[in-house]
Design a protein around this ligand. Sequence first.
Ligand code: NAD
Ligand code: UDP
Ligand code: UDP
Length: 308
Amino acid sequence: MVTGGAGFLGSHLCTRLIADKRDVLCIDNLFTGSRNNIRALLESPYFEFQRHDVTFPLYVEVAQIYNLACPASPVHYQHDPVQTTKTSVHGAINMLGLAKRVKARILQASTSEVYGDPAVHPQTESYWGNVNPIGIRACYDEGKRCAETLFFDYHRQHALDIKVVRIFNTYGPRMHPNDGRVVSNFIVQALRGADITIFGDGQQTRSFCYVDDLVEAMVRMMATDRDFPGPVNIGNPGEYTMLQLAETVLRMTKSRARLVHKPLPSDDPKQRCPDITLARERLNWQPKVGLEDGLEPTIAYFRELLAA
Ligand code: NAD
Ligand code: UDP
Ligand code: UDP
């Protein structure tokens, strides 16, 4: 079962699991996901879609749960922040309750946002983070932190078989064109010849992982021994400033769009880069796709989408 399976990452994960001939139950309320993302999968005898909001109980029989349901872009998770926390926390409780009843292994899609605006760089799993609990990002950051707490308490208290991955910024085809994330924003703006919006001075950094690498790591984590619950960082350690990203996108799209500066949103982390030593050791994994190699199919996807 994949919750959030009609979203960006979830739909790629469903595709991968079906290619591995797994029976997939996709659960999604279609808040930020869409039927288009899973349209090709609906034909498959291995695939089933159920429209459902994970903040409500769910009774199904499954062997493994990937819990991805949660809006992920600041624009979407700040649209209805109370619902965002409910999705992370009530959603985790329901999915953990389900996992407990059917004795399923359950993986949580956590996030680098648990590190907040990090004082340790690059971020290792042992760092506890620097999150503003009352800021505009807290509904997401603290929701995800509380979900991790619930996962580890179900693990200790009920011997639940859990896996927690902390996902760093991931991009690729099927990102929502209007979700405000930086990769999709810059590509769409460049292709339209609209101004490229740099928030702040553009010196803040992020590390961008291509979706195929991310999915591979999630599947590997799900297959690890029971004695390894995580958390484990998954991301690409290549670190770029937003100005460098903008210049790369402009060059690759041959766009003449101008750079314009907009105010930096509050609590925007200044730097972010994963230490992936643990993933290398325990998952025998490291990303294979560099930034430009991943941007190419992503730009091609948005080119086609905008032409339609
Ligand atoms: P997304 O918005 O494309 O996908 C989230 C999916 O969850 C959507 O299909 C949405 O409709 C669904 N959803 C939201 N609330 C729901 C609810 N209450 N019940 C059922 N479904 C619900 O985002 P994404 O980038 O694919 O992210 C997937 C997961 O990975 C999220 O949990 C996110 O926090 C995590 N993550 C993503 C990134 C990234 O860079 N993409 C980074 C860190 C963590
Ligand atoms: N739950 C669910 N599906 C199940 C089993 C449980 O959605 O198959 C939900 C249920 O609504 C409950 C939550 O998961 O509120 C937590 O379940 P748990 O058994 O841990 O706690 P309890 O039922 O004792 O509150
Ligand atoms: N950003 C930007 N222009 C945009 C969208 C985002 O400069 O049009 C910046 C944003 O301020 C942040 C970085 O890009 O510093 C990554 O933003 P995103 O929303 O993609 O992810 P997150 O901040 O959650 O890592």
